[in-house]
Design a binder for this molecule. Structure first.
Ligand code: CTP
Length: 405
């Protein structure tokens, strides 16, 4: 259908990028990227007329995002020749716009396209022998200026390498070293860098990628404050590993509470940093103030609790509740990551899986019937009853009534 819509309005449409890469590897990919030779916006609007769904257009870039009724997402871009101004100008006249579009992409494995127009539907377009690199499991740039153009691609290289168990090709790795020497990262505060870092932290197991970032000497740009005593030492790795375990554990609980793993990893990496250094990180990567504040508060709170729990685990469940109630899920997972004793992790896990859900059996109506007036007093009573339940002092509704009398 997509190809037919393009054909009807005289455009050529191609599936490109990660979608093609994953398809060739028989991996699932739920985002479809389409490039059209023609006008992407006209095409996207036409497509939505045919398939239904919603479209958001960005006129300046001639791109559009479509969300179909079933949630499937399609990004549409326009391949335009005038778009591509190269320092080392290419013989543009000889190149079709799809070829240039692909040439401008990050890595060969992401630079293939599939024809969508009916006559040639499904034909693979591979100008740069990308398929070979995919077979050989190599991450390779298409040209030497790739990282100069967009240093965030260095993080992408690391992410793809570790996610798919590929290898960054020798020449490409040399270009990364070159970029590091030229301080390419240091000069930009390109928000894309943080977006890519976040993506690394969203991977199932980012530990190898984090180590690779360190080996490629990228920590000096990302976390300069870690540097003077930058040892990817045992404690550092231990914390990251515990963070990863805590996040996996949390996912397995299927709590239906979304978490943002990047926050846990960032705090884990910066476990030994001061608030000021977190602020500097946030400023560099244009992270919103309120997010920055939240990160700092969670870290300080969890650090303090971590120390207390290291000294003594409270005997009373109500006390544990009181201690942990101001931590978000990410703060709790960070606390598990920095835990220096098994018992600390156990305590947090008990809190997450059971203590924090304990409530009184009596409700507001019950209290009213007993003659109490809603307001501040209610809150205090509920909290007292909950504490009593947590500590095993009351079990039934009757117990609770007795307890408040
Ligand atoms: N791309 C690029 N340079 C970047 C970011 C993206 O050339 N800095 C191109 C790549 O061709 C990529 C496509 O844009 O395939 C889509 O980018 P994105 O959705 O971020 O990546 P995917 O390849 O789809 O990877 P993922 O599976 O992680 O979504």
């Amino acid at each position: 259908t997509i190809g037919e819509v393009a054909e009807d309005i005289g455009f050529k449409a191609y599936a490109v990028g990660g979608f093609v890469r994953d398809l060739l590897q028989k991996q699932k990919n739920l985002d479809l990227d389409i490039v059209v030779e023609g006008d992407g916006i006209i095409f996207a609007k036409q497509l939505v007329k045919t398939l239904g769904g919603r479209v958001r257009t960005h006129d300046r870039f001639k791109t559009a995002n479509i969300t179909l009724a079933n949630g499937f997402k399609i990004d549409v871009a326009t391949a335009r020749l005038e778009y591509y101004e190269y320092p080392a100008a290419l013989p543009t006249v000889e190149l079709s716009s799809i070829k240039l579009d692909l040439y401008r992409r990050d890595f060969t494995i992401n630079a293939m396209a599939l024809q969508l127009n009916p006559a040639l539907f499904g034909t693979l377009i591979d100008f740069f022998s990308c398929q070979n690199d995919l077979k050989d499991k190599l991450i390779k740039v298409l040209h030497n200026l790739s990282f100069v153009e967009d240093p965030s691609r260095i993080l992408r290289a690391v992410r793809f390498e570790k996610r798919m168990d590929f290898k960054i090709a020798r020449h490409t790795e040399r270009l990364i070293h070159g970029a590091v020497k030229m301080d390419l990262f240091g000069k930009t505060n390109n928000p894309r860098i943080f977006t890519e870092l976040k993506q690394i932290f969203e991977e199932e197991n980012p530990i190898l990628a984090i180590r690779r970032l360190a080996d490629l000497e990228l920590f000096q740009f990302l976390w300069p404050d870690l540097l003077p005593n930058l040892k990817i030492d045992r404690r550092f790795l231990h914390i990251i590993r515990q963070a990863q375990q805590a996040i996996s554990w949390f996912h397995l609980l299927y709590l239906d509470e979304p978490i943002e793993p990047w926050r846990v990893y960032l705090l884990a990496i910066m476990a030994r940093s001061r608030p000021r250094q977190i602020e500097t990180f946030c400023e560099r990567f244009q992270i919103h103030d309120h997010i920055c504040r939240e990160l700092i508060i969670q870290k300080l709170t969890a650090d303090e609790i971590g120390n207390k729990l290291y000294g003594r685990i409270p005997e009373k469940n109500s006390e544990i509740n009181q201690m942990l109630k101001n931590l978000t899920n990410e703060g709790l997972l960070y606390l598990m990551a920095i835990a220096r004793k098994k018992e600390i992790k156990k305590t947090v896990s008990l809190y997450v899986t059971s203590l924090r859900n304990v409530q009184s059996l009596l409700n507001g109506d019950d209290l009213k019937k007993l003659g109490y007036i809603p307001g501040e007093q209610f809150k205090k009573m509920f909290s007292d009853i909950t504490d009593a339940r947590l500590d095993g002092l009351v079990k039934s509704r009757e117990d609770e009534k007795q307890f408040i009398l």
